[in-house]
Design a protein around this ligand. Structure first.
Ligand SMILES: Cc1cc2nc3c(=O)[nH]c(=O)nc-3n(C[C@H](O)[C@H](O)[C@H](O)COP(=O)(O)OP(=O)(O)OC[C@H]3O[C@@H](n4cnc5c(N)ncnc54)[C@H](O)[C@@H]3O)c2cc1C
Length: 321
């Protein structure tokens, strides 16, 4: 069985930043992700000849620790400023995006790390003082230390599958965390919808939360391809709704706002864990009851890309302290 010093479940931004920090400190780690590529919710999807960001749309930067990394991403040409606010002349605060879509950034980070995509973990077990990861389609591996960055309900399921006995307080902390769902609709319109010049329309209401024109945003597309996010309430209410019902809802909403949307083609993605609604109040969590197990992700340091990145950095720092 392959053995590693540090294994990380999840190659979203929190896992990638943890591994980046560890590498800077001369520590090797290996990341396992079930996805076809890295990035998790920083995801860009192909739809025919179009590319669409269908998870996170942009990110902001407040903490100097995160700023340092974002500057290195800009220098590497994988991140750039999208705009400085979505309404009117903006609020002057930069919103960043990946150069060719949000996943430009995780792809670049993963290129410098040991990332094994297409590895769906089905259970984690603590055996003979080491962590064992069992996969759906590859041989199990073991590690001295384990960092879990999958959305917390998925992490709990993996621990339960491996019969890991956490302390009551750790279980309680984890069980308090919850996430909002988000229905994302990727639309190729028959005729372009009128959109702000920068391509971002932040509505932040129900049922519509955000509409993005991926071409105006700067993705290399031959025409308009829209990402439409429903708000948490509408996403919950319509979780099981058929595409026709969702289309009717969105077209009706847009019509009320003076816009007519005729659809040439559409794909729908349902994010069960889109952004945490109830967070843990520390930037990571060290498990009690078992050794060398740490939890990180956006449910720990803020429900956004910056929070997820900072959570990964803090967790990694603690793991090698
Ligand atoms: C629709 C939507 C819109 C958003 N908008 C914004 C925004 O505009 N700005 C912003 O800052 N943030 C936004 N966010 C939130 C942001 O995307 C997240 O906070 C951040 O990307 C979370 O990173 P993470 O590493 O914690 O988790 P994730 O990105 O979810 O990474 C976890 C990884 O774990 C992997 N995984 C899960 N289970 C397993 C398993 N069994 N085996 C192997 N791997 C597994 C997943 O494949 C995933 O890659 C949005 C999110 C969504 C979904």
């Amino acid at each position: 069985m392959d053995h590693f010093e540090i294994a990380i479940v999840g190659a979203g931004i929190s896992g990638l930043m943890a591994a980046t920090y560890l590498a800077e400190k001369g520590k090797n780690s290996v990341l396992f992700d079930k996805g076809r590529g890295p990035g998790g919710r920083m995801s860009t999807r192909r739809f025919g000849e179009f590319r669409l960001d269908h998870g996170a749309q942009f990110f902001t930067v407040r903490d100097p620790r995160f700023e340092k990394y974002v500057q290195s991403w800009e220098k590497a040409g994988v991140a750039k400023i999208w705009c400085k606010g979505f309404s009117g002349t903006g609020d002057g605060h930069p919103r960043f995006r990946g150069t060719e879509g949000m996943n430009s950034i995780p792809k670049w980070l993963a290129g410098q790390l040991d990332v094994k995509t297409g590895h769906k973990v089905k259970s984690v077990r603590f055996v003979n003082q080491s962590w064992h990861l069992d996969f759906e389609e590859s041989p199990s591996v073991s590690a001295d230390q384990l960092l879990m960055t999958s959305p917390v309900p998925q992490t709990i399921a993996l621990l339960e599958a491996g019969r890991v006995e956490l302390s009551t307080s750790t279980k309680n902390y984890l069980s308090l965390i919850s996430y909002d769902p988000c229905i994302a609709m990727m639309v190729l319109p028959k005729d372009p919808l009128s959109m702000p010049e920068h391509g971002g329309w932040q509505i932040n209401e129900e049922p519509l939360q955000f509409v993005a024109d991926n071409q105006l945003k700067g993705l290399p597309n031959p025409g308009q391809a829209l990402t439409i996010h429903l708000g948490p309430q509408a996403s919950t209410e319509h979780w099981e709704s058929e595409p026709e019902k969702l289309i009717e809802l969105v077209r009706g909403e847009l019509r009320e706002r003076g816009k007519e949307l005729d659809i040439k083609d559409i794909q729908i993605h349902r994010w069960r864990y889109s952004q945490p609604a109830r967070l843990h109040d520390e930037s990571f969590l060290v498990a009690e009851g078992v050794p060398n197990l740490v939890f990180a992700g956006d449910a720990f340091a803020g429900p956004k890309i910056e929070g997820a990145a900072l959570s990964g950095l803090s967790a990694a720092q603690a793991m090698i302290a």
